[in-house]
Design a binder for this molecule. Sequence first.
Ligand code: Z5A
Length: 216
Amino acid sequence: MKRGIFISFEGSEGCGKSTQISFLKEFLETLGRQVIVTREPGGTIAGEKIRELLQFTPEVENMTDETELLLFAASRAQLVREVIQPALDDGICVIADRFLDSTTVYQGIGRGLDTTSVSQINGFAVGKTTPDWTILLDMDAAEGHSRAIAARGAAQKDRIEDQPLEFFEKVRAGYLELAETNPDRIERFDASQTIEDLANSIRQSCLSKFDWLNQA
Ligand code: Z5A
């Protein structure tokens, strides 16, 4: 049976994850692979309820950072066991729109929670299911924010999107540091390139990282 590959996309809001995920999915499918895409928080019935609570429930305005961390982890724990690991076991490729690095950076660096506790909770939530490759779409935080606002239009603003620019600058710096300390897994791409150029760079890197993908 073909081996499933687990790829995660990371980066701050508006960096183009959803756009590039659809290109990479299509590319992998042209290579004969079955692909599923997950999003976080969400991706399961329990996870989507948690997403609603985390992002679009104004009544929980006073949610503590610790509660937020545990809810992101809970959504991921369900997603890993219900969707991601079973798909990988069946030889299906999984592309995750955010995974544990989001928690490391948003809750650990952005919110300033104890990084050792965040890492332990992350580990407990995902077990041995970790990405083979993480694509970090890196761009100026203010530009990403403007893109996200323009894309959202009149849709409801989420709770995290509402943070000041300094929060997203910390998030960007956190991601860059994470990429430096995990060079074998995390690859940084310049997300300010055109959509087509970025998609091409990702395709090329994908083929050099998983050179067996081209084999029948
Ligand atoms: N969060 C957390 O705190 N902790 C966690 O553990 C997890 C998440 C898992 C999830 O938000 C929020 O939860 C997120 C982090 C936090 N909050 N923030 N910020 P979400 O899932 O609703 O949204 P998002 O992950 O932040 O992504 P996004 O804003 O939806 O954007 P995107 O998927 O990265 O980008 P896009 O939709 O592909 O593109 C945005 C727009 O830019 C769109 O109009 C595109 O056409 C345009 N675009 C895309 N690429 C380009 C290029 N290259 N040039 C020009 N324009 C482009």
